[in-house]
Design a protein around this ligand. Sequence first.
Ligand code: ACM
Length: 715
Amino acid sequence: MSFRYILFLLLCQIFLSCTDISDKPINNIIPLPVEINGFEKYSKIVSDLDFVKSDLIKSTYNPSLGEEEYQLTITEKEIDVFSKDIKGYQRAIATLTQIQDQNNGKLPICEIKDKPRFNYRGMHLDVARHFFSVGNIKEYIDYLHYYKFNTFHWHLTEDQGWRIEIKKYPKLQEIAAYRDETLIGHYNDEPHKYDGKKYGGYYTQDEVKEIVDYALNKGIEIIPEIEMPGHSLAALSAYPELGCTGGPYKAATEWGVFEDVYCPTEATFEFLQNVLDEVISLFPSKYIHIGGDECPKESWKNSDFCQELIKLENLKDEHGLQSYFISRIEKYINSKGKSIIGWDEILEGGLAPNATVMSWRGEAGGIAAANQDHNVIMTPNSFCYFDYYQSDRADEPLAIGGYLPVEKVYGWNPIPQDLPSEKHKYILGGQANVWSEYMPTFGNVQYMALNRMIALSEVLWSSNDSLRTFEKFKPRFKQHLKMWKNKGVNIANHLLDVKANVYNEEVRGSFLNFEGDNGVFVSYDGSKYKEIKKEIFVLESKGTYSFYKKTDQDKGKPVVIKFEPHLATTSKITMSNLPSDKYKGSGPRSMVNGVKGSDEKYGDTEWLGFHGKDCNLLIEFDTAVDISHLSFRFFNGPGQWIYLPSIIEIMPDNGKLITLDGFDNGSKVVNVSTSFEAEKVKSLKINIRNYGIIPDGKQGSGHPSWLFVDEITIK
Ligand code: ACM
């Protein structure tokens, strides 16, 4: 061997060992473990991707550890997992899988000690409004496993469809599993339109068993929900004798709450007990969820049978009857060795003795139940409803409403602030709910649920308060977003999107203010890309602008701004009534900034909402200008109490009063305009009169209406 060759080998050796040193293992584990040591260098273990099935893992029973607690050690030669149960083992496997995913299959030498903050960490999925395949459900369970959730709450029955095979009642499969058609668009859009297509499906008992086993093997318990006494139209369509009027009934074809519910007759209890027998035989879970939410009392008020029963049982009213209903079912379920969970309405009329309450209408139900020494699972809608919008972008897919960005989920504390500390022990944990009215495909479920589920996992699992901050979470989270994207999962990545709001000032006019981690943006106008290295971008000329955030990762969605400046964009504006705090856009000047609000929804940075008030403006120009045209945009949504104005009065300082009224309300966004011979104007008063009190027979009748205005264009 020549000297030069030996020198070459030596240099190779040095180079390789150098790369070894700089090749530090990556740790982006979510949820954050309690304690991590090591993670400085890689082990020699060459793991194939299916290490779980390989003999590399030594699993050791350690009875001194708590439920779901685990310790994971990776040495040069082997992987050791200590736990006292399958759940603890499975949490270690989730950690190991993440480490491997983050390190291209390599494993670092490390020691991890970890245990959960809360005992109940759930994700719910509504398979009734829309139905998802067995494969989809398994994929959902995989997400739960990956992020150390331990409970899948499977919402199986609804007004719109019954989704679990019950052998004793074949008409549940033949009739209740299907609806005639489905609402198109949002429930608040009027008039309602339907697709004309029969829709439905159900899981056979074999499929249910397959899914239950699949979840159990991953350390996840499935809690089935069989809704009663409300949300039961689909069941009534198959067995109309279970309703108070005898029917006929039809599975619902649109969303909402329906007056026809189970009648508390002996026939109904017999039916439900038989159904529950089959359900209990399929699900080994400790709990059966019996719903209990949103049960209108109309049909019970109108039923002689119910009124007699109220007297006979010495109940106070229909709420007492609901409590009687739930308590009877609870007694039956308890007799089978199981416990019930119900939504917080089960508090009304008196709580069933052993019930666990799922607090969804805020925290109040949870606080009330814990104060009565009942167990509680917190799912307050403002933090845990993953069917809510997660971005105020105009191009967001249609959702039920609300606004719940991932940052807000991360900042949630499942322990209500107003709960005395000695009652904290009743808060078992938390759960997010995924109602599928506006999620027709599993891709929609991925989009709405997965990113917020990742944030929630850390809230529910990680007990390290000082490290559990959104700023520290963000870099890890971004790596997870990237990974799921690479796997082809339709995960929402608003964190990677450029965020920009249009602001407007007198004289300066309209400008964009970018939020984000790095102020480097690429602007695109027409075909030319150009880099902007500043955080503010003044909109100077008319045009359509697209802004992308430049990151080292995936490119987020662009912000597209169509800018149409006009005379009021730089004028002085005085507004006498301010818009509601909830709907104030980017300030009063949003309405003249040359950028129009969404055609679909009003909760963005452009629309201004006035509750029961007029919108009165004084517009003043620097010098007198020629005006010959005014136009207005209004949101029109009677279903959401939003009405067009009754009249618009335009008063130029130097000219005649113009009044506009009788607007065509045939669309969601209504444009109103007027043109006239040019007038020299120095100032202009505009009064847009609120419609007033909502008329009888309409949603919200008797209440003040909302007026939503965006963009008053003056030319
Ligand atoms: C619910 O959202 N009705 C529990």
